[in-house]
Design a protein around this ligand. Structure first.
Ligand SMILES: [Zn+2]
Length: 521
């Protein structure tokens, strides 16, 4: 009896650190690292191909087709049009617990078209969208990691499921709240997000304190058309209402908390001056540090819009087109991830990589310090929150333990959301940075696949610290729908020209080669 008892204990204890064929976690990690290296050509092709697609939010059709084809070919189960979004999908491989999910963005930036490897503004297609944020590298990171994990699951009979999700329309903060509402993360234990950066890092809780949450709202004013000179008294100008709303908001801005960030663009200012504009529209982002304050800004925006309508004899309705909770990342995952970042280390930058980085930094008047050579240690969350940009993964981070890996695939000191951020994104800087990122994603997934107690600790932190006093409540009302029609016209206008520049890996080793650009000195 006693002997049997001991045998059972050993059997129960072994899967904690070993696959069924008895490979230890360090052995599996070494194998994963070597396998990611073997996939370097595929990683490079994914970076370059998605760069060449240059698709805006909600219009990532080519990108989604391309990525799901790779996953499907490798035995992943694909579910399409998840959460009612045509370009969204999920991929999964393996079975049972734990369920580890990867997520990363797909979409690009309006007017950011740029030839890679060229350190001055030189668009591929004038005025076209382009990867001026570097989201083209994310899927190269996550798909590479997922394919390596699939191989290890098969070879070593590892239990657990790998899931992979696309960040559709992240630049519009347009989907993650809908993903959560659709229950996509209900069975997920750990989420490993990845985002392009110039450094190799991760963070936990509110990190550097420079993130905000937001709502993104469009206000549509409706007036009455009339001849602007012959009978202006018969008209009611929707544009007047937009201008009064904007003026009203700017006066009120002085009396808002310093942490707020709000900005707008007029998306419809009427047709021509001699017609009183019967329709006009303005689009606001209202950013703040927490749910309550974001909601207050949203309510204030609505009431200023109503007042502007009253002043001008027009009517107004609004549409929420995006929302995001401020992200909050998991300490237990971040600590495991940091060790993997340090184990993988920064890519080996060549002279040519550094020259391109410094030339671009000089061109745009930024500090010309080249590419990073050092990894920072995991820092304590900032005491003061400053606020800043947003990412709709925030909503996921309040529903499942999650971290966001920043992998080093871009050049430091760039302005973001514009052509300079596209320069490195189909060059060896992005290729090597994505390979490094894929290693950390694979290694961190292995940490959680093989150590159930680590999954438990991540959930303890999530339940007992992160969500002890703060409870998630979506900004979405039941009527809100994903704004899937956005960017459709813009994308259709540029598609014929962009198609001429799609990368053909069957004919060219790299996109730089296809374009005839040399980054060698
Ligand atoms: Zn982004």
């Amino acid at each position: 009896m006693r002997k049997t008892y001991i045998a059972i204990v050993i059997l129960c204890a072994t899967p904690v650190l070993f696959g069924q064929q008895g490979r230890s976690l360090p052995d599996l990690k070494a194998e994963a690292t070597a396998e990611v290296d073997k996939l370097q050509t595929l990683t490079q092709q994914m970076v370059d191909e998605i760069f060449s697609f240059g698709e805006l939010g909600f219009q990532e059709y080519e990108t989604s087709r391309y990525v799901t084809a790779i996953l499907e070919k490798n035995g992943f189960r694909i579910e399409r049009q998840v959460a009612g979004i045509p370009t969204a999908w999920s991929g999964s491989y393996g079975s049972g617990k734990p369920v580890i999910a990867f997520i990363t963005d797909l979409d690009c930036i309006p007017r950011a078209s740029q030839k890679p490897g060229v350190a001055y503004h030189d668009p591929l297609v004038e005025g076209a969208p382009g990867h001026g944020e570097g989201h083209n590298s994310g899927m190269a990171v996550n798909v590479t990691a997922a394919l390596v994990l699939k191989k290890l699951i098969d070879e070593h009979h590892l239990a657990g499921t790998i899931k992979i999700f696309p960040g559709v329309a992240e630049e519009l903060l347009g989907t993650k709240a809908f993903y959560v509402r659709a229950g996509l993360f209900k069975d997920v234990d750990i989420v490993l997000g990845a985002h392009v950066s110039s450094d190799f890092s991760t963070s936990y809780a509110t990190g550097d304190g420079e993130s905000s949450g937001l709502v993104s709202v469009q206000y549509f004013f409706h007036g009455k058309a009339a001849h602007a000179a012959m009978a202006p008294w018969q008209g009611r100008s929707a544009l007047d209402a937009v201008e009064l709303m904007d003026t009203g908001w700017d006066f009120r801005r002085e009396h808002l908390r310093p942490a707020q960030r709000s900005h707008r663009v007029i998306i419809n200012g009427g047709d021509q001056p001699n017609v009183v504009p019967s329709e006009a529209a303005v689009w606001y982002y209202f950013r703040e540090l927490d749910y309550t304050h974001i909601k207050e800004l949203y309510d204030l925006g609505n009431s200023i819009a109503d007042s502007a309508a009253k002043m001008t004899g027009t009517t107004v309705d609004h549409k929420l087109v995006g929302s995001a909770w401020p992200p909050f990342f998991n300490k237990v995952i971040a600590e495991a991830q940091q060790k993997n970042i340090e184990a993988v280390g920064l890519p080996k930058w060549t002279e040519a990589d550094q020259t391109l980085a410094k030339a671009l930094q000089k061109e745009i008047g930024a500090k010309a310090e080249g590419l990073p050579e050092k990894i920072e240690s995991l820092s304590e969350p900032a005491k003061e929150q400053m606020g800043g940009p947003s990412d709709d993964v925030g909503d996921i981070s309040w529903n499942v333990p999650m971290t966001y890996l920043m992998y080093p695939a871009n050049i430091p000191n760039l302005p973001g959301h514009s052509w300079p951020n596209a320069v490195a994104m189909a060059t060896p800087i992005a290729h090597k940075g994505s390979t490094a990122g894929a290693k950390v994603q694979a290694l961190t997934a292995l940490d959680f696949l093989l150590q159930p107690e680590l999954v438990q600790r991540a959930w303890d932190y999530f339940r007992n610290e992160q969500t002890k006093d703060v409870h998630y409540s979506s900004f979405l009302s039941p009527e809100d729908r994903p704004a899937i029609e956005m960017n459709k016209e813009k994308m259709e206008r540029f598609l014929p020209q962009l198609k001429k520049f799609y990368y053909d890996p069957a004919r060219y080793k790299s996109y730089l080669e296809q374009l005839g650009i040399s980054t060698q000195q």
